[in-house]
Every structure is written in C-alpha cells, then in structure tokens.
Ligand binder design. Sequence first.
Ligand code: ATP
Length: 261
Amino acid sequence: MLADSTPDVGRVEIRNLERRFGTGADRITALGPIDLDIAPGEFLVLVGASGSGKSTLLRQVAGFDSPTKGTVAIDGGAPHAGRTAGVVFQQPRLFPWRTVRGNVELALGYAGVARSQRHAKADELLARVGLEGTAKRRVWEISGGQQQRVAIARALAVETPVLLMDEPFAALDALTRERLQDDIRLVSATTGRTTIFVTHSAEEAAFLGTRIVVLSKRPGQVVADIASPLARDAKPEHVRDSLEFSALRQEISTAVKSAAQ
Ligand SMILES: Nc1ncnc2c1ncn2[C@@H]1O[C@H](COP(=O)(O)OP(=O)(O)OP(=O)(O)O)[C@@H](O)[C@H]1O
C-alpha cells in the first residue's frame, strides 16, 4: 500500500547546523556542520555511535533546542515544538491515570479537534496502531509495547508535517520490537508523513528507512547517506527474508563501525 496521496508538506532543510555545549575549556562541539534536505514523505533513519549527536539533531528539528550556528526549516519556517513535529521518545511518557483512549483524546484536544469528534478519531488512531479493544483500559494495565503504540497514536493525532522518533523501540523485547517495526513501516507508508527515526540498530535502520544517514563520532557529521533499494509496499516478511535487506543491513553496519573509529 502506498501513501494515501503524494505529500506536499514536511520538507526539512538543515543548513550548516552546529550545536556546541558548555563554556570556556569545557566547551564541546556536539554536532556539525550538517547540511540535509529531507523531502516530504521520506523516512530518514539516523544512525551513529553513542554520543554522535543523533538526539541533539532531533531536538533541533523538534524545536526543543536551537542551533549554535545554522538553521533548521520545516516547510520554510522555524520549527515549533508541538506544532511542526510530533515526537515519540524511548519511554512512552503517557498519563498513567488516564485510559488509553483518554491519552489520545488529550492530544486531539491540544490539536484543536472538536470534543464531539475526539472519541471516534481516537478509536480510529488506536486501530491504526493495532490497539483495537484496549481503549477503556488504564495505561498501567497494558504492556510496554502497547504503551509505546499509544505514544505513536498520540503523535499521529497531532497532524504535524513531521514525525520524530528517538529510539522508540529500544526498551522493548525483540518480538514486540519486530511487530512494532512491521506496523510503523506500514503506518508510515500509508500516512506519507516525513519521519526522522533514531536507532542504534543497523537491522532496524535497514528495515524502516527509505534513506539512512550515518553520523560520525563527535562532532557528528554526515559520513554516509544511503538510499534504500527496498520497496515500500513489500510485505514485512518478504523484506526481512530478502538479499537486498541483508546487503543493506551489512552496508549500514560497516558504515557505522568505520564512522566510530
Ligand atoms: N544539554 C547538554 N549539555 C552538554 N552536553 C550535551 C547536552 N546534550 C548533549 N550533550 C553532549 O552532546 C553529545 C551528543 O549527545 P547526543 O545525546 O545527541 O548523542 P546521541 O548520538 O543521541 O547518543 P546516544 O546514542 O548515546 O543516545 C554528547 O557528547 C553529549 O554528552
């Protein structure tokens, strides 16, 4: 299944971006200079050694933090936290005393959806991430994998042009992680939302990305930019079994190892 329509929003332009932290002798350059053009609908996976600045770059695009030098533009404008990008973190960060549906309804409220439409819209989003039948349960009653699905539904609720995911599956067991990868691949192909996804896993990067960008060790700079040859609408099991997938995973893994030296 391909995107519902060709997306025309969600262009991310990163120009000459640098981020330094600290002052005086303790000053470090964490990131940059970085130039990246991300087209609407691309699923860009960022990989690189620990400390290469992946989360720092994501935070600039989210609008949570500002570059020391250079610019980030989303559809030509400055990033605005919560308005231009939805964010999913490693921990789901839900409201535990609310129901599953209540968490999604809250995000819909922030997004300006009328109260009368929130219930149905929340259920539609929960179905999209495979959570039919859990709407009335409290967050603490469901598993970690299900909680992360709620966090994804919540991020999808706010119809931002960009979706940012910072190691969202890292804390999950292997089977749950694989299921969520299958689902997010399909969700992203159908919504066509520009996505930037951070991971440490070459396998996850190869499976999810339409494009994989490898950062060097500090200061993080782009050392490899790989276009995936895998078909977006291929069945997950066919992707995982394919020779192209193995070759891509190997290429990413080699690039990450050499970038870390
Ligand atoms: N607020 C901050 N103050 C000082 N240094 C920071 C700050 N945020 C990040 N850094 C430093 O910037 C560098 C990049 O950090 P960042 O968390 O972006 O890397 P990362 O690639 O996401 O790492 P990991 O894979 O371990 O999550 C690190 O050296 C980190 O210590």
